[in-house]
Design a protein around this ligand. Structure first.
Ligand code: ISE
Length: 342
């Protein structure tokens, strides 16, 4: 049983605590830290945890009673606990994005390279979704030839939080697409360009606060092109689509099966608005993989997103934000991939 230390008990943190406590085997939450002490106490009470509440993230990470660390704090608070976990040699899982800039993400990569060991897993959970896993397997089998094009849809019924703004579309939402496209194409990005569509009049936070829908256009090093639509106020549900066009065929992400309803002259399927429900298998699988690795003393390996994958997504996100702020098509350049992540 892995003793897990949790940093951050906001909504996704609580979700993971619940999953580790009630849904999957292998780990036990034995330590908690949150900058808001009451949030840590509430998590302990709500989930009936037998866990120590630490007074700082560093104290939790250093504690001998903690085997592995989960970072689920705000996006801009991941860097320090990740560097700390690496410095004391503890396996660490961080929610996405790994950090909020390519520069900071490179620091994680460099810290791991200096020690010659991969400690970090990034919560790009789509890689563990059965639908995406099937897509990846199919593409890698070569049955539709090399990929030429991709079209993706990343729709939210409405924004996740009241502070969700125009730039959050990149680091909170499209960051998943940045990672999964890179993973599926197995090719480097050459450029990204962001465009705004006409505002949805149903967006409750429009004008400069939350400009969307947004369209991302990616070019890959070998010439393939992909697009990803982010539509954050689509109203009707959480809708994730992906269509990959190869030289001799097309493969598309299956919808999650829900019962077909025939009623009042219509045939319908329900669509949920919650991403935690849509990706529940993916979240559970990524934590099972984390605990398995820790139990067996394994470094993260595919399909797990490593610090390098986190870095690639962060550099892409930096360029996407630059593009949103008027830079047009932004070329993408990356540091040389260290042998550790070959
Ligand atoms: C959220 O954090 C997610 O990870 C969801 O997948 C994404 O659709 C949503 O926009 C984010 O806020």
């Amino acid at each position: 049983m892995i003793n897990v230390g949790f940093i951050g008990c906001g909504s996704i943190g609580r979700d993971h605590i619940e999953r580790i406590t009630n849904q999957i085997a292998g780990g036990k939450v034995t330590g908690i830290f949150d900058v808001v002490d009451a949030a840590a106490r509430k998590a302990v009470d709500d989930f009936g945890l037998d866990a120590q509440i630490f007074s700082s993230a560093d104290a939790l990470i250093e504690s001998k009673s903690i085997d592995a660390v989960v970072v689920a704090s705000r996006n801009d608070a991941h860097l320090q606990p990740l560097l700390k976990a690496i410095s004391v040699g503890k396996p660490v899982f961080t929610e996405k994005p790994m950090t909020i800039s390519g520069e900071d993400s490179l620091k994680i990569v460099e810290a791991e390279v200096a020690l010659g060991h991969k400690f970090t897993r990034v919560g790009f959970n789509w890689r563990f979704d059965p639908g995406y896993a099937a897509l990846k397997k199919y593409v890698d089998s070569g049955e539709i030839g090399s990929l030429l094009l991709a079209g993706m849809r990343h729709y939210n019924a409405r924004a996740a939080t009241t502070y969700y703004r125009t730039d959050n579309v990149i680091n909170d939402t499209l960051i998943h697409n940045f990672d999964i496209l890179h993973y599926l194409f197995n090719d480097e990005y050459r450029s990204i360009e962001m465009k705004f569509a006409r505002q949805n009049s149903l967006n409750p936070n429009p004008a400069e606060n939350l400009r969307e829908p947004q369209l991302a256009i990616f070019e890959f090093a070998h010439g393939a092109i992909a697009t990803a639509e982010a539509n954050i106020n689509c109203q009707y549900g959480y809708d994730i689509q992906c269509r990959l066009v190869g030289e001799s065929g097309i493969v598309s992400l299956p919808d999650v099966a829900t019962p077909e309803i025939r009623r009042e002259g219509q045939i319908s399927h329900a669509i949920d608005s919650s991403w935690t429900a849509r990706f529940v298998d993916a979240y559970n699988n990524e934590f099972r993989a984390f605990f398995d690795d820790v139990e067996n003393d394994h470094e993260p390996a595919s399909p797990v997103a490593t610090a390098w994958d986190g870095y690639v997504a962060s550099v892409t996100a930096d360029a996407a934000i630059e593009s949103l702020h008027g830079a047009g098509k932004v070329p993408l350049t990356f540091a040389e991939r260290p042998a550790l992540y070959a």
